[in-house]
Design a protein around this ligand. Structure first.
Ligand code: G1P
Length: 271
C-alpha cells in the first residue's frame, strides 16, 4: 500500500555545517543542483505520498517554503501538496515530528530525515509501507553498523529473528555507545509511524543530548509491542557534515553527469 502523508523534519540549524549555515538553513544547502530537503520531498512523492509536511524553524523556515512555491511547483512535484509546520524552538527531533501532529491527524505517515539522501534506485519507503499492515504498525528502516557508529545513531532491541527482511522490535536507544548498545542494527532515518507516536512524543521527556528524542518515542512503541524493523543493505548519504555533503555531491554528481565528471575526477587524482 502507499501512505498518503510524509513528515520531513528540516528545522535543524546545522551547527556542524557552520559557517555555511549562518544564514542559509541546513536543509537548503545544495547537493549537485537541488537542496537536500528537495530530495526528501521527491522520495516521498515516488513512494506515492500526496502530501509532504516539512517541519521548518521559525527564523529561516519561510525560505524553505519559498523554495517549493516561488516559481510554481517544481518539475515532478506537481502532484504533491507541500506544507510547512513550524517548530518554534529547537527541542529535538522528537519534538520536530510532534509539531506535525495537527496536520497529520489520525493517519499513518512516512517520516524522512532530510539529512540523509537515498541513493538513486535504492528507495526503502515502499518496503516499510509494505511491512506496516496497511499503516497499522510502525516500521523502522535499519542497517547493520560497525561499533564506531554506536554513539552516533539510534540502535534497536530485536525481539525476533529477521524473516523476509522484517523483524519485531522491543525498543530502541539513542546514541547508546558500546556499553549500552542493544544490537548493531541502527536507525537510518526512514520510518513509517502510526499516529500513536504523537501521544507518546507529547509525554516524552528530553533524553540524549538533552533533546526530545524520536528514538525514545520509538522505544515506547516497542514496549507496547507495536514496532517492526526492516533491515536494508544500503546506506544513505549523510549530508549533515561537511565531509558527508562533499561525498554525497561527488557520488550524485557522478550519477548525474556520468563520464564527463568521472574523467574530471580521474584527472584530479592522477589516474
Ligand atoms: C538522528 C536520529 C538517530 C538516527 C539518525 C540517522 O540522529 O536521532 O536515531 O539513527 O538520525 O541519521 P542525528 O543524525 O540527528 O544525530
Amino acid at each position: 500500500m502507499s501512505i498518503e502523508v510524509a513528515v520531513i523534519p528540516a528545522a535543524g540549524r546545522g551547527t556542524r555545517m557552520r559557517p555555511a549555515t549562518r544564514v542559509v538553513p541546513k536543509a537548503l544547502l545544495s547537493v549537485v543542483d537541488r537542496p537536500a530537503v528537495q530530495y526528501g520531498v521527491e522520495e516521498a512523492a515516488r513512494a506515492g505520498a500526496k502530501e509532504a509536511i516539512v517541519v521548518v524553524d521559525l527564523d529561516t523556515g519561510h525560505l524553505i517554503s519559498q523554495h517549493f512555491t516561488i516559481e510554481g511547483p517544481l518539475p515532478g512535484l506537481e502532484d504533491i501538496r507541500i506544507r510547512p509546520a513550524v517548530q518554534e524552538e529547537p527541542l529535538g527531533l522528537g519534538h520536530a515530528v510532534f509539531e506535525a501532529r495537527e496536520m497529520v491527524g489520525d493517519r499513518p505517515f512516512l517520516c524522512i530525515l532530510s539529512d540523509n539522501i537515498v541513493r538513486p534506485g535504492h528507495d526503502v519507503l515502499p518496503a516499510l509501507a509494505d511491512g506496516s499492515e496497511d499503516g497499522s504498525v510502525s516500521v523502522m528502516c535499519l542497517r547493520e553498523y560497525g561499533d564506531e557508529f554506536l554513539d552516533k545513531y539510534g540502535f534497536v532491541i530485536p525481539a525476533s529473528d529477521v524473516e523476509g527482511g522484517y523483524l519485531d522490535l522491543a525498543g530502541s536507544i539513542e546514541k547508546p555507545g558500546k556499553d549500552r548498545a542493544p544490537s548493531n542494527l541502527g536507525l537510518v532515518g526512514r520510518y513509517v509511524f502510526t499516529p500513536e507516536i504523537f501521544s507518546i512524543l507529547e509525554k516524552t521527556p528530553p533524553g540524549a543530548l538533552d533533546e526530545i528524542q524520536l528514538t525514545d518515542g520509538i522505544n515506547q512503541l516497542g514496549e507496547r509491542g507495536r514496532l517492526r524493523g526492516y533491515v536494508s543493505d544500503t546506506d544513505l548519504l549523510d549530508v549533515g557534515t561537511p565531509a558527508g555533503l562533499l561525498k554525497a555531491t561527488v557520488e550524485l554528481g557522478l550519477h548525474q553527469f556520468g563520464s564527463d565528471f568521472k574523467d574530471f575526477l580521474d584527472g584530479l587524482v592522477g589516474e
